[in-house]
Design a protein around this ligand. Sequence first.
Ligand code: UDX
Length: 462
Amino acid sequence: GEANTATTGGPRRRRVLVFPIPYQGHINPMFQLAGLLHERGFAITVFHTHFNAPDPSRHPTYDFVPVPDGLPAGSPGTVAATVEHIFAINSSCEAPFRERLAALLEAPGGRDEVACLVADAHLLTLMDVARQRGVPALALRTGSAACFRNFMATPMLCDKGYLPASAESQLDAPVRELPPYRVRDLMAVTGSRHEHDLVCKLLARAVEAVRTSAGFILNTFDALEAADLAATRRDLAGVPVFDVGPLHKLSPASSSSLLQQDRSCLDWLDAQAPASVLYISFGSLASMSGEDLAEAAWGVANSGQPFLWALRPGLARGAALPDGFAAATEGRGLVVGWAPQEEVLAHAGVGGFWTHGGWNSALEGACGGVPMLCRPCFGDQMGNARYVEHVWRAGIALDCGGVLERGAVEAAVRRLMRSEEGDEMRGRAQELRSRAAEAIAEGGSSRHSVDKLVNHIMSLWK
Ligand code: UDX
């Protein structure tokens, strides 16, 4: 790396510390942000858990500091377990992070070098540790601005009786305070009382992390969420908000994928007709039952549509694609374990995206100009699906209740891929792709926010 010239009177190097929460959908945007800051001249130190540890050899110019987390290997399987996992990361990393941060600050030149910490908004405890040591802490939220408004509104929505939803009949009621959400699109809407309480606590901690932060970074862009960004800025008076998305387009290419990406599928896509392929992926955490997997598979098979399916090992808890599926789709389908998704969605051969609606996926789909079929599972995915269908009008939400049914899947795939309505959705998705390209171009809103963020970090650095 570059020499620290602090003691020789030259310009001092500034260092940004980052601490992602160790899930794929959170690691990717944090590394993309780090790449962007590194390009602007900052040195980067990545603090990380042993759980889902990043591969330092992929980022040879960064420093890596492992923080023991004492957590068992293996991803949590339920919403409640995931929330508990996040709390456990906060508490078990607190003391070791304090020690490692102190060591870094006390090393020669260390205190002079460190500009700030950027932590995932779910790491409130670790942001507190940094502040106690005089290190300003910024929060990165990897979901949408609309989703963060949902976080902030949750106590009010509980007070007003929207949450927790006690009856099926309540789910379609519009949330007047937070259009265009319906009750079914909200965070913390279903599940047990225990789960509801856990999720509310998680959201409240994230809101506190953002409100007490020295800056709030969102992976979104103004043309995509202008109203929600404006409302977020109004509600967070005093905390500067930086809309620096889509990060995967703005950041220099580097992969932070935890799983090996099968790149051969890009060659396969090269041989397909333009906009003919349905790309299917349900992200890194969502799981589905064997029955759902079979219904999904037969719906896709019966649609006759070419497809590329990123079928993550473990998605269906060990269940495999049904017998006869491979034969039925011979010559027009490819199944891989994990795909280079950003590149797949930007490929001209892809004409539709069946997604669980994670925010990274929704953003990557929009930036690829690809209409989406959303089948949300949990968390922010219902709200994202609502935006895709109702606000962006660039896709279809498949009912999240109940099990999948092959006839409904087949009809939805046909509607997305081979109907006038689908073509209109594709047109609007391509419009979003253009807006994203403008946001990251010279003079664009996200470029401008990155400049502001860099200046802001420099102003924090004493
Ligand atoms: C989770 C939650 O599901 C999501 O709602 C929240 O916003 C972030 O955390 P995840 O399930 O991982 O995210 O989904 P998503 O946000 O879509 O992120 C998945 C990432 O994995 C994307 O960046 C995508 O490009 C990548 N991916 C996915 C691959 O690289 N290959 C694949 O085959 C599938």
